[in-house]
Design a protein around this ligand. Sequence first.
Ligand code: SF4
Ligand code: SF4
Length: 335
Amino acid sequence: MRYTELGTTGIKASVISFGGIPIQRVSVEEAADILSACKESGINFIDTARLYTNSEEKIGEYFKGHGREGWYVASKSPARDRDGMLQDLARSIENMACDYIDLYQLHNVSTVQDMERVLGPGGALEALEEAKKQGLVRHIGLTGHKPEILDTGVSSGRFECLQVPFNAMEKQALPLLKKAKQKGMGTIAMKPLAGGALTLAAAALDYILNCSWVDVAIPGMQSVREVQENCSVVEGKVTDKERRQLEKLIAGLGTHFCRRCEYCQPCPNGLNIPSMFLFEGYYTRYNLKEWAMERYSALPVKASDCTQCGVCESRCPYELPIRKMLKDTAAIMGK
Ligand code: SF4
Ligand code: SF4
């Protein structure tokens, strides 16, 4: 494993670190096995969130059994006011059985109003600055999907780390990453595999590790095999042929694709929106028609059950035309 300074925080993090979204989908025992594999591979930085259902608890269970020593722990909260943030921080600390959290972040600040709220008097940032003085939090970070909104936070000089989506296909945050890095902030690439769309993981991670404006990438990992595969990229064995294959894959994906971030969920009508697009993608792009149709058929609610209410579109950070995409999915998958 290779390690890098996360800005000026003093954290020396593994360049491939652990994104905590997928462990929601595995058992406590499997999560512990995955985290043990991370440790064996040299991963020392975990990123999770209050919103990732039981991800924090599973990390906490692992720490209770194996100890927290040697790990840097990051989490985040969607709270926008001081009291909400203090409550969430206390919950994160309890969930992860920690005395303190190395990096606590404002989660997905996505509107001008939200940014004004978190930075203003009685805002969430005030709570984290208090918590830092008390030693409950070592460093404060900012996350989100919209560089034009996050720019205000980066310019404020009150955050030590920035976490944004960045990968070989989604480079819109590059100028902001550069600005953050030049201000001495740590920079973290979330969605390094574009929510699973970049199936050539080694080449996709290699692309990020070669970007001087990014400190660490945090791919989500839901198996020991994925941990080993992702960590192997630091051995520098990615070939030019694999890089060309990645370019071809990106060209085939276009712009209207779902990153599986799940911010659009829950749908009031029970549609599992990212799964719809996942199976449609496998059906149309990966020559796995039978496999995709079998799984799509097993979903209790189909794309054709969408009532076109639009709630999901207001939540999608990529502003995808979900309703139109679901109509297309229903046409392709037959229901
Ligand atoms: S538009 Fe369709 S998928 Fe989106 S929230 Fe409404 S019913 Fe669910
Ligand atoms: S539709 Fe948008 S919000 Fe929903 S999972 Fe896909 S990218 Fe995320």
